[in-house]
Design a binder for this molecule. Structure first.
Ligand SMILES: [Zn+2]
Length: 441
Protein backbone atom coordinates (compact mmCIF):
# COMPACT_ATOMS: atom_id res chain seq x y z
CA UNK A 1 0.00 0.00 0.00
CA UNK A 2 3.02 2.30 -0.40
CA UNK A 3 3.28 3.08 3.28
CA UNK A 4 7.06 3.21 3.58
CA UNK A 5 7.22 6.95 2.94
CA UNK A 6 4.53 7.97 5.47
CA UNK A 7 6.15 5.73 8.07
CA UNK A 8 9.45 7.57 7.59
CA UNK A 9 7.69 10.88 8.03
CA UNK A 10 6.89 9.91 11.57
CA UNK A 11 10.33 10.42 13.03
CA UNK A 12 8.35 9.83 16.20
CA UNK A 13 9.37 6.19 16.16
CA UNK A 14 12.33 4.99 18.16
CA UNK A 15 15.04 3.14 16.25
CA UNK A 16 13.75 -0.08 17.72
CA UNK A 17 10.24 0.56 16.43
CA UNK A 18 11.48 1.75 13.03
CA UNK A 19 13.23 -1.56 12.56
CA UNK A 20 10.21 -3.54 13.59
CA UNK A 21 7.92 -5.26 11.12
CA UNK A 22 4.92 -3.38 12.52
CA UNK A 23 5.93 -0.11 10.83
CA UNK A 24 6.54 -1.79 7.48
CA UNK A 25 3.15 -3.43 7.70
CA UNK A 26 1.60 0.00 8.07
CA UNK A 27 0.97 0.12 11.83
CA UNK A 28 2.65 3.44 12.48
CA UNK A 29 3.16 3.87 16.22
CA UNK A 30 3.27 7.42 17.66
CA UNK A 31 6.23 7.12 20.04
CA UNK A 32 8.08 9.78 22.05
CA UNK A 33 11.02 7.99 23.64
CA UNK A 34 9.34 4.97 25.19
CA UNK A 35 6.01 6.82 25.53
CA UNK A 36 3.35 5.42 23.20
CA UNK A 37 0.70 8.06 22.49
CA UNK A 38 -1.66 5.43 21.07
CA UNK A 39 -2.16 4.26 24.69
CA UNK A 40 -3.32 7.70 25.92
CA UNK A 41 -7.08 8.26 25.92
CA UNK A 42 -8.64 11.07 23.91
CA UNK A 43 -11.52 13.48 24.50
CA UNK A 44 -12.88 15.07 21.31
CA UNK A 45 -14.09 18.60 22.08
CA UNK A 46 -16.17 19.23 18.96
CA UNK A 47 -18.47 16.72 17.26
CA UNK A 48 -21.69 17.24 15.32
CA UNK A 49 -24.37 14.54 15.66
CA UNK A 50 -23.49 11.62 13.33
CA UNK A 51 -25.93 10.58 10.64
CA UNK A 52 -26.12 7.09 9.08
CA UNK A 53 -24.82 8.17 5.66
CA UNK A 54 -21.69 7.34 3.65
CA UNK A 55 -18.92 9.90 3.11
CA UNK A 56 -19.91 10.56 -0.51
CA UNK A 57 -23.55 11.04 0.59
CA UNK A 58 -22.34 13.47 3.26
CA UNK A 59 -20.30 15.44 0.72
CA UNK A 60 -23.34 15.67 -1.56
CA UNK A 61 -25.35 17.12 1.34
CA UNK A 62 -22.74 19.87 1.80
CA UNK A 63 -21.98 20.57 -1.83
CA UNK A 64 -25.08 22.59 -2.70
CA UNK A 65 -24.33 25.19 0.00
CA UNK A 66 -20.78 25.67 -1.43
CA UNK A 67 -22.25 26.02 -4.94
CA UNK A 68 -24.94 28.47 -3.72
CA UNK A 69 -22.22 30.81 -2.43
CA UNK A 70 -20.66 31.06 -5.90
CA UNK A 71 -23.79 31.68 -7.98
CA UNK A 72 -25.16 35.20 -8.59
CA UNK A 73 -28.35 35.82 -6.58
CA UNK A 74 -30.20 37.33 -9.57
CA UNK A 75 -31.71 35.34 -12.44
CA UNK A 76 -29.95 35.22 -15.81
CA UNK A 77 -29.60 32.97 -18.79
CA UNK A 78 -26.89 30.46 -18.06
CA UNK A 79 -27.42 30.34 -14.26
CA UNK A 80 -28.50 26.69 -14.37
CA UNK A 81 -25.47 25.79 -16.51
CA UNK A 82 -23.12 27.51 -14.03
CA UNK A 83 -24.73 25.62 -11.16
CA UNK A 84 -24.26 22.32 -12.95
CA UNK A 85 -20.63 23.09 -13.71
CA UNK A 86 -19.86 24.22 -10.15
CA UNK A 87 -21.55 21.11 -8.78
CA UNK A 88 -18.88 18.92 -10.25
CA UNK A 89 -16.02 21.45 -9.77
CA UNK A 90 -16.66 21.71 -6.03
CA UNK A 91 -17.02 17.95 -5.76
CA UNK A 92 -13.62 17.47 -7.44
CA UNK A 93 -12.12 20.08 -5.12
CA UNK A 94 -13.44 18.20 -2.06
CA UNK A 95 -12.03 14.89 -3.28
CA UNK A 96 -8.64 16.46 -4.07
CA UNK A 97 -8.09 17.96 -0.59
CA UNK A 98 -5.32 16.49 1.59
CA UNK A 99 -8.04 15.53 4.07
CA UNK A 100 -9.34 12.95 1.59
CA UNK A 101 -5.88 11.41 1.06
CA UNK A 102 -5.64 11.09 4.84
CA UNK A 103 -9.09 9.51 5.11
CA UNK A 104 -8.45 7.02 2.31
CA UNK A 105 -5.13 5.84 3.73
CA UNK A 106 -6.51 5.62 7.27
CA UNK A 107 -9.44 3.46 6.19
CA UNK A 108 -7.07 1.31 4.12
CA UNK A 109 -4.79 0.72 7.14
CA UNK A 110 -7.60 0.04 9.60
CA UNK A 111 -9.90 -2.12 7.46
CA UNK A 112 -7.39 -3.56 4.98
CA UNK A 113 -9.27 -2.20 1.96
CA UNK A 114 -8.17 -0.16 -1.07
CA UNK A 115 -7.37 3.52 -0.29
CA UNK A 116 -10.25 4.98 -2.29
CA UNK A 117 -13.67 6.54 -1.70
CA UNK A 118 -15.68 3.52 -2.84
CA UNK A 119 -13.93 1.37 -0.22
CA UNK A 120 -14.46 4.10 2.41
CA UNK A 121 -18.17 4.19 1.58
CA UNK A 122 -18.30 0.37 1.73
CA UNK A 123 -16.76 0.36 5.23
CA UNK A 124 -19.27 2.97 6.45
CA UNK A 125 -22.24 1.20 4.86
CA UNK A 126 -21.24 -2.11 6.49
CA UNK A 127 -20.87 -0.32 9.84
CA UNK A 128 -24.32 1.25 9.56
CA UNK A 129 -25.77 -2.16 8.70
CA UNK A 130 -24.22 -3.65 11.88
CA UNK A 131 -26.15 -1.06 13.93
CA UNK A 132 -25.14 2.61 14.01
CA UNK A 133 -24.50 2.85 17.77
CA UNK A 134 -22.44 -0.37 17.74
CA UNK A 135 -20.42 0.98 14.82
CA UNK A 136 -19.73 4.29 16.61
CA UNK A 137 -18.74 2.37 19.77
CA UNK A 138 -16.27 0.27 17.73
CA UNK A 139 -14.62 3.43 16.39
CA UNK A 140 -14.45 5.08 19.84
CA UNK A 141 -13.01 1.93 21.43
CA UNK A 142 -10.52 1.39 18.60
CA UNK A 143 -9.09 4.92 19.00
CA UNK A 144 -9.49 5.02 22.82
CA UNK A 145 -11.85 8.02 22.68
CA UNK A 146 -13.40 8.16 26.13
CA UNK A 147 -15.76 11.10 25.60
CA UNK A 148 -16.69 14.03 23.36
CA UNK A 149 -18.47 17.39 23.42
CA UNK A 150 -21.46 16.96 21.11
CA UNK A 151 -22.97 20.13 19.65
CA UNK A 152 -26.76 20.03 19.62
CA UNK A 153 -28.45 20.97 16.35
CA UNK A 154 -31.44 22.64 18.03
CA UNK A 155 -31.77 25.03 20.97
CA UNK A 156 -34.11 22.89 23.10
CA UNK A 157 -32.43 23.02 26.54
CA UNK A 158 -32.30 19.23 26.99
CA UNK A 159 -29.65 16.54 26.63
CA UNK A 160 -29.83 15.27 23.02
CA UNK A 161 -30.85 11.75 22.06
CA UNK A 162 -28.92 10.11 19.30
CA UNK A 163 -26.68 7.27 18.21
CA UNK A 164 -23.68 8.15 20.43
CA UNK A 165 -23.53 5.80 23.43
CA UNK A 166 -24.84 7.52 26.54
CA UNK A 167 -21.70 7.46 28.67
CA UNK A 168 -19.49 8.78 25.86
CA UNK A 169 -20.59 12.43 25.47
CA UNK A 170 -21.43 15.72 27.09
CA UNK A 171 -23.25 18.37 25.06
CA UNK A 172 -23.15 22.02 24.09
CA UNK A 173 -26.01 24.29 23.08
CA UNK A 174 -26.01 26.81 20.18
CA UNK A 175 -26.82 30.44 21.08
CA UNK A 176 -27.13 32.17 17.68
CA UNK A 177 -30.90 31.69 17.47
CA UNK A 178 -31.37 33.44 20.84
CA UNK A 179 -30.01 36.75 19.56
CA UNK A 180 -32.23 36.91 16.44
CA UNK A 181 -35.26 39.24 16.62
CA UNK A 182 -37.35 36.22 15.57
CA UNK A 183 -36.63 34.52 18.93
CA UNK A 184 -38.13 37.51 20.81
CA UNK A 185 -41.10 37.70 18.42
CA UNK A 186 -41.96 34.00 18.83
CA UNK A 187 -42.07 34.49 22.61
CA UNK A 188 -44.03 37.75 22.51
CA UNK A 189 -41.12 39.63 24.13
CA UNK A 190 -41.16 43.34 23.35
CA UNK A 191 -38.69 44.88 25.83
CA UNK A 192 -34.92 44.36 26.10
CA UNK A 193 -35.37 43.51 29.81
CA UNK A 194 -37.81 40.71 28.93
CA UNK A 195 -35.52 39.32 26.22
CA UNK A 196 -32.49 39.44 28.54
CA UNK A 197 -34.42 37.65 31.28
CA UNK A 198 -35.71 34.96 28.88
CA UNK A 199 -32.18 34.34 27.58
CA UNK A 200 -30.80 34.11 31.12
CA UNK A 201 -33.57 31.61 32.01
CA UNK A 202 -32.83 29.59 28.86
CA UNK A 203 -29.09 29.38 29.60
CA UNK A 204 -29.79 28.39 33.21
CA UNK A 205 -32.20 25.66 32.01
CA UNK A 206 -29.50 24.30 29.68
CA UNK A 207 -27.01 24.09 32.54
CA UNK A 208 -29.58 22.55 34.89
CA UNK A 209 -30.03 19.83 32.27
CA UNK A 210 -26.29 19.15 32.00
CA UNK A 211 -25.17 21.49 29.20
CA UNK A 212 -21.35 21.80 29.16
CA UNK A 213 -20.86 24.77 26.82
CA UNK A 214 -22.58 27.51 24.81
CA UNK A 215 -21.65 27.70 21.15
CA UNK A 216 -21.51 30.94 19.16
CA UNK A 217 -21.25 30.68 15.37
CA UNK A 218 -21.85 34.40 14.72
CA UNK A 219 -18.67 34.60 12.62
CA UNK A 220 -20.64 32.97 9.80
CA UNK A 221 -22.55 36.23 9.28
CA UNK A 222 -21.06 39.09 11.37
CA UNK A 223 -17.76 40.12 13.03
CA UNK A 224 -16.64 38.65 16.37
CA UNK A 225 -16.18 42.11 17.92
CA UNK A 226 -18.80 43.12 20.47
CA UNK A 227 -19.31 46.80 21.21
CA UNK A 228 -20.55 48.15 24.54
CA UNK A 229 -24.23 49.05 24.02
CA UNK A 230 -26.38 50.50 26.79
CA UNK A 231 -29.84 49.19 27.68
CA UNK A 232 -31.72 52.23 26.29
CA UNK A 233 -30.02 51.89 22.88
CA UNK A 234 -30.64 48.11 22.81
CA UNK A 235 -34.30 48.60 23.70
CA UNK A 236 -34.76 51.23 20.96
CA UNK A 237 -33.02 48.87 18.50
CA UNK A 238 -35.46 46.09 19.36
CA UNK A 239 -38.43 48.44 18.79
CA UNK A 240 -37.12 49.38 15.35
CA UNK A 241 -36.55 45.73 14.42
CA UNK A 242 -40.03 44.74 15.60
CA UNK A 243 -41.56 47.52 13.43
CA UNK A 244 -39.54 46.50 10.35
CA UNK A 245 -39.78 42.76 9.67
CA UNK A 246 -36.86 41.57 7.52
CA UNK A 247 -37.36 40.73 3.85
CA UNK A 248 -33.88 39.33 3.14
CA UNK A 249 -32.06 36.60 5.08
CA UNK A 250 -28.50 35.24 5.30
CA UNK A 251 -28.02 32.48 2.69
CA UNK A 252 -28.89 29.13 4.22
CA UNK A 253 -30.01 30.74 7.53
CA UNK A 254 -33.71 31.63 7.15
CA UNK A 255 -33.97 33.06 10.70
CA UNK A 256 -31.00 35.47 10.40
CA UNK A 257 -32.02 38.78 8.80
CA UNK A 258 -29.83 40.51 6.24
CA UNK A 259 -30.92 44.15 6.54
CA UNK A 260 -29.89 46.52 3.75
CA UNK A 261 -30.86 49.92 5.26
CA UNK A 262 -28.13 51.55 7.35
CA UNK A 263 -30.49 52.36 10.24
CA UNK A 264 -31.72 48.75 10.49
CA UNK A 265 -28.22 47.35 10.08
CA UNK A 266 -27.09 49.49 13.03
CA UNK A 267 -30.10 48.51 15.13
CA UNK A 268 -29.50 44.81 14.41
CA UNK A 269 -25.83 45.13 15.36
CA UNK A 270 -26.63 47.02 18.59
CA UNK A 271 -29.33 44.51 19.60
CA UNK A 272 -27.01 41.56 19.02
CA UNK A 273 -23.98 43.21 20.67
CA UNK A 274 -26.03 43.91 23.80
CA UNK A 275 -27.31 40.32 23.94
CA UNK A 276 -23.95 38.69 23.12
CA UNK A 277 -22.31 40.57 25.97
CA UNK A 278 -25.21 39.54 28.22
CA UNK A 279 -24.69 35.87 27.21
CA UNK A 280 -20.91 36.06 27.80
CA UNK A 281 -21.56 37.40 31.31
CA UNK A 282 -24.26 34.80 32.08
CA UNK A 283 -21.95 32.02 30.81
CA UNK A 284 -19.34 33.18 33.33
CA UNK A 285 -21.90 33.29 36.16
CA UNK A 286 -23.03 29.76 35.23
CA UNK A 287 -19.38 28.63 35.04
CA UNK A 288 -20.05 27.26 31.53
CA UNK A 289 -17.56 27.93 28.73
CA UNK A 290 -18.35 29.98 25.63
CA UNK A 291 -17.32 28.05 22.52
CA UNK A 292 -16.62 30.46 19.66
CA UNK A 293 -16.25 29.57 15.98
CA UNK A 294 -13.24 31.34 14.54
CA UNK A 295 -11.66 30.00 11.33
CA UNK A 296 -11.83 30.29 7.56
CA UNK A 297 -11.53 27.37 5.17
CA UNK A 298 -13.48 25.09 2.86
CA UNK A 299 -16.76 27.02 2.74
CA UNK A 300 -16.57 30.02 0.34
CA UNK A 301 -19.14 31.96 2.39
CA UNK A 302 -16.83 32.18 5.45
CA UNK A 303 -15.34 35.68 5.51
CA UNK A 304 -11.95 36.67 6.89
CA UNK A 305 -13.15 39.97 8.37
CA UNK A 306 -15.89 38.18 10.34
CA UNK A 307 -13.54 35.51 11.70
CA UNK A 308 -10.70 37.70 12.86
CA UNK A 309 -10.19 36.65 16.51
CA UNK A 310 -8.16 39.77 17.37
CA UNK A 311 -11.59 41.43 17.63
CA UNK A 312 -12.17 39.37 20.80
CA UNK A 313 -9.31 41.06 22.63
CA UNK A 314 -11.64 43.82 23.82
CA UNK A 315 -14.19 41.23 25.00
CA UNK A 316 -11.54 39.56 27.16
CA UNK A 317 -10.68 42.97 28.68
CA UNK A 318 -14.33 43.92 29.37
CA UNK A 319 -14.60 44.62 33.12
CA UNK A 320 -17.93 42.81 33.58
CA UNK A 321 -16.60 39.74 31.76
CA UNK A 322 -13.34 39.85 33.76
CA UNK A 323 -15.36 39.92 36.97
CA UNK A 324 -17.23 36.66 36.21
CA UNK A 325 -14.15 34.96 34.63
CA UNK A 326 -15.96 33.57 31.57
CA UNK A 327 -13.96 30.84 29.84
CA UNK A 328 -13.65 31.19 26.04
CA UNK A 329 -12.76 28.27 23.79
CA UNK A 330 -11.81 29.60 20.34
CA UNK A 331 -12.49 26.50 18.30
CA UNK A 332 -10.97 25.47 14.96
CA UNK A 333 -7.58 27.03 15.92
CA UNK A 334 -8.58 30.44 14.52
CA UNK A 335 -6.87 29.45 11.23
CA UNK A 336 -5.43 31.33 9.39
CA UNK A 337 -5.27 33.65 12.42
CA UNK A 338 -3.86 30.87 14.64
CA UNK A 339 -0.77 32.91 15.52
CA UNK A 340 -3.04 35.57 17.03
CA UNK A 341 -4.85 32.82 18.94
CA UNK A 342 -1.49 31.52 20.23
CA UNK A 343 -0.69 35.03 21.46
CA UNK A 344 -4.08 35.31 23.22
CA UNK A 345 -3.66 31.85 24.81
CA UNK A 346 -0.47 33.15 26.35
CA UNK A 347 -2.13 36.39 27.50
CA UNK A 348 -5.44 35.33 28.99
CA UNK A 349 -5.86 32.56 31.59
CA UNK A 350 -9.51 32.13 30.57
CA UNK A 351 -8.86 31.60 26.81
CA UNK A 352 -8.45 28.15 25.22
CA UNK A 353 -8.40 26.70 21.74
CA UNK A 354 -9.17 23.41 20.04
CA UNK A 355 -7.78 21.77 16.92
CA UNK A 356 -11.13 20.77 15.47
CA UNK A 357 -11.67 20.67 11.71
CA UNK A 358 -7.94 21.26 11.01
CA UNK A 359 -7.14 17.95 12.71
CA UNK A 360 -8.44 16.45 9.45
CA UNK A 361 -5.44 18.03 7.66
CA UNK A 362 -2.14 16.68 9.07
CA UNK A 363 -0.04 19.53 7.59
CA UNK A 364 -2.20 22.28 9.11
CA UNK A 365 -2.56 20.28 12.32
CA UNK A 366 1.22 20.25 12.66
CA UNK A 367 1.52 23.97 11.90
CA UNK A 368 -1.17 25.04 14.37
CA UNK A 369 -0.13 22.63 17.11
CA UNK A 370 3.50 23.76 16.80
CA UNK A 371 2.42 27.40 16.92
CA UNK A 372 0.33 26.92 20.06
CA UNK A 373 2.78 24.70 21.95
CA UNK A 374 5.64 27.06 21.03
CA UNK A 375 4.16 29.90 23.10
CA UNK A 376 1.16 28.89 25.22
CA UNK A 377 0.88 26.54 28.19
CA UNK A 378 -0.15 23.09 26.96
CA UNK A 379 -3.09 23.45 29.40
CA UNK A 380 -4.75 25.73 26.80
CA UNK A 381 -4.91 23.40 23.77
CA UNK A 382 -7.48 20.65 23.18
CA UNK A 383 -8.06 18.02 20.56
CA UNK A 384 -11.26 18.14 18.52
CA UNK A 385 -12.45 16.68 15.22
CA UNK A 386 -15.46 18.73 14.00
CA UNK A 387 -16.74 15.40 12.68
CA UNK A 388 -19.85 15.84 10.62
CA UNK A 389 -22.17 12.98 9.81
CA UNK A 390 -19.59 10.21 9.30
CA UNK A 391 -18.07 8.97 12.60
CA UNK A 392 -14.93 7.57 10.95
CA UNK A 393 -13.86 11.25 10.97
CA UNK A 394 -13.78 11.11 14.77
CA UNK A 395 -11.45 8.11 14.50
CA UNK A 396 -9.20 9.57 11.82
CA UNK A 397 -8.74 12.86 13.70
CA UNK A 398 -7.80 10.96 16.87
CA UNK A 399 -5.25 8.91 14.93
CA UNK A 400 -3.92 12.06 13.26
CA UNK A 401 -3.50 14.11 16.44
CA UNK A 402 -1.55 11.32 18.17
CA UNK A 403 0.88 11.01 15.24
CA UNK A 404 1.34 14.72 14.60
CA UNK A 405 1.67 15.43 18.33
CA UNK A 406 4.31 12.67 18.56
CA UNK A 407 6.23 14.28 15.70
CA UNK A 408 6.13 17.72 17.36
CA UNK A 409 6.95 16.38 20.85
CA UNK A 410 9.92 14.44 19.46
CA UNK A 411 11.41 17.78 18.47
CA UNK A 412 11.01 18.98 22.06
CA UNK A 413 12.47 15.72 23.39
CA UNK A 414 15.35 15.28 20.96
CA UNK A 415 16.26 18.88 20.10
CA UNK A 416 14.98 21.17 22.88
CA UNK A 417 16.02 19.09 25.90
CA UNK A 418 12.50 18.33 27.17
CA UNK A 419 12.35 15.15 29.25
CA UNK A 420 10.04 12.32 28.29
CA UNK A 421 8.01 13.23 31.37
CA UNK A 422 7.67 16.85 30.13
CA UNK A 423 6.37 15.50 26.81
CA UNK A 424 3.99 13.12 28.56
CA UNK A 425 2.44 16.01 30.50
CA UNK A 426 1.92 17.97 27.25
CA UNK A 427 0.41 14.94 25.49
CA UNK A 428 -2.02 14.21 28.34
CA UNK A 429 -3.07 17.86 28.47
CA UNK A 430 -3.81 18.14 24.75
CA UNK A 431 -5.36 14.71 24.32
CA UNK A 432 -7.75 14.66 27.27
CA UNK A 433 -6.92 16.44 30.54
CA UNK A 434 -7.73 20.00 29.41
CA UNK A 435 -11.08 18.98 27.91
CA UNK A 436 -11.99 17.04 31.04
CA UNK A 437 -11.21 20.08 33.19
CA UNK A 438 -12.76 22.79 30.96
CA UNK A 439 -15.95 20.86 30.12
CA UNK A 440 -16.14 19.08 33.51
CA UNK A 441 -16.17 15.61 31.96
ZN1 LIG B 1 -18.40 22.40 13.84
Amino acid sequence: MGLAAPALLFGACTTKVEESATVESGLMIPMVGSLDLSQIRIVDTHVHPPRPVTLSESYKMWNSSFVDAMIPAYEYEGKAALREKLDSTFMQQIYNMPRQTGYNNYIARVYDVAPEISAFDGVVRAGIDRGFTNYITEILDREKISSMVLEKRDTVPERPDGPIPDGRFVWSSPIVDLIQPQWAIERGLTSIEAVSRAIADHLAACVANGCSGFKSSVAYYRPLSVNMVDKVTAHAALQLLLENPPTLFVAGRPNIPDYQETELKTAFRNYQDFLLRHIFIKAGELNTPMIIHTAVGLHPALRFEFNNPTELHRVFLDDDIKRVETKFVLIHTGYPYHQFVAAMLSQFPNVYTDLSFYSKFPGVLEETLRGFLALAPSQKIMHGSDSNNVPEEIGYCAWNVRHVLAKVLNDYHQNYGWSQRDCEVMANNVLHENAERVFEI
